[in-house]
Design a protein around this ligand. Structure first.
Ligand SMILES: Cc1cc2nc3c(=O)[nH]c(=O)nc-3n(C[C@H](O)[C@H](O)[C@H](O)COP(=O)(O)O)c2cc1C
Length: 363
């Protein structure tokens, strides 16, 4: 049993006092209304994690604009006042249980799995891999249209407006999704970004849009509102991608992000405790901490509490985010505190698709 642990110690994250270091990882469950509004089932689903002891809850990826940011059918948005208002009961349900909730803002870019519009991306490059079956897709992705400079500016602005709405309705903060292969990560990734303007080429230029999004959000929400950013190497459509210049890329990326002064960086890897660039290299979380000096949330196969505790103890991360293990243990924190056995996650749980199950929405 883990006692007197790092895992169960408080942390001040900007203006938020978190009761422990366990974070619910963002997970898309495509269970919103077709209009992109959140609903009561989602409120009941999220409140279970607050009741179960998670110090911080990060929502599923929420789309920020009505033009072309939505990735999946029944994904929730925060692109209009109506969509924003629909989140109030979700926020209240979590906060009533003593939880804190951050909205993850996510632009699909080329990873679009419905036929509503032509996807946009840094360059007209068809995404590798195939659509996600967990979210009801199959077959190849469409070839996206390369964004104009005007569209880039509009996307940056839409993130800022979405963050303003999130703040206004009571979210405790926002997280910018710059990981896992979605739009902002498409800019960062060498093989999906062939631009020759200030948003393409060197790593410095490819991370630029993320820095601009963070700065625009800061300008719109003020210095105290909690803003984080999620970064990865791997993608939902390319699990094994690695940054070409390895640690030098990590240094550039995390130093640039630091300059935009988010409150935290959230790194996600298949295994958070594994070396980021092969045998003997540091973990991605450790590199984020080293080069940004900011609090770091580490994610990836940390459902085993000993593994999570070890990462915190070594000082490689300040918080740990739990994904799949939390789905089958919404009371993960309470169970670990009590030394109770955890349910094992099996991918069947998300089949045939990853929408909310009846048992996840009971009070
Ligand atoms: C069903 C499902 C949906 C996910 N949706 C998102 C998402 O919307 N945003 C995001 O950043 N990560 C998303 N992820 C990735 C998780 O946040 C997490 O990184 C991944 O599950 C690995 O962590 P784990 O080993 O603890 O499960 C999703 C994962 C799953 C299983």
């Amino acid at each position: 049993m883990i006692r007197d642990s790092h895992l169960f110690s408080q942390l001040q994250l900007g203006s938020l006092t978190l009761s422990n270091r366990a974070v619910l990882s963002p997970m898309t469950r495509t269970s919103a209304e077709p209009s992109g509004q959140a609903n009561d089932r989602m409120a009941r689903y999220y409140s279970r994690f607050a009741k179960g002891g998670f110090g911080l809850i990060i929502t599923e990826g929420i789309y920020p604009d009505l033009v072309n940011s939505r990735s999946y059918e029944n994904q929730p948005g925060i692109a209009s006042d109506q969509q924003a208002e629909s989140w109030r009961p979700v926020i209240q349900a979590v906060q009533q249980e003593g939880g804190k909730i951050v909205a993850q803002l996510m632009h699909a870019g080329a990873l679009v799995q419905h036929s509503g519009f032509t996807p946009i991306a840094p360059s007209a490059v068809r995404p590798v891999g195939t659509m996600l079956e967990d979210h009801g897709g199959s077959g190849e992705f469409a070839v996206p249209r390369a964004m104009t400079l005007e569209e880039i500016r509009a996307v940056v602005e839409s993130f800022a407006q979405a963050a303003s709405r999130a703040k206004q309705i009571g979210f405790d903060g926002v997280e910018v999704h710059a990981a896992n292969g979605y739009l902002l990560d498409q800019f960062l990734t060498d093989y999906t970004n062939h631009r020759t303007d200030e948003y393409g080429g060197s790593t410095e230029r490819r991370i630029r849009i993320v820095v601009e999004v963070l700065e625009a959000i800061r300008a719109a929400t003020g210095p105290d509102y909690v803003v984080g950013v999620r970064i990865s190497q791997g993608k939902v459509n390319d699990f094994h991608h690695k940054w070409a210049d390895r640690e030098s890329d990590a240094k550039i990326i995390f130093e640039r992000l630091r300059a935009a002064s988010p409150h935290y960086i959230h790194t996600t890897e298949y295994k958070a405790f594994a070396p980021a660039f092969g045998e003997g290299s540091p973990t991605l979380a450790e590199l984020a901490r080293r080069y940004s000096g900011l609090p770091v949330i580490a994610n990836g196969k940390l459902g085993e509490p000993e593994q999570a505790e070890a990462l915190l103890e070594k000082g490689e991360a300040d918080l740990i985010a739990i994904g799949t293990s939390a789905l089958v243990n919404p009371d993960w924190v309470k169970k670990v505190q009590a030394g109770e056995a955890l349910n094992a996650f099996d991918h069947h749980f998300l089949q045939p698709i990853a929408t909310l199950k009846e048992e996840e929405t009971v009070e």
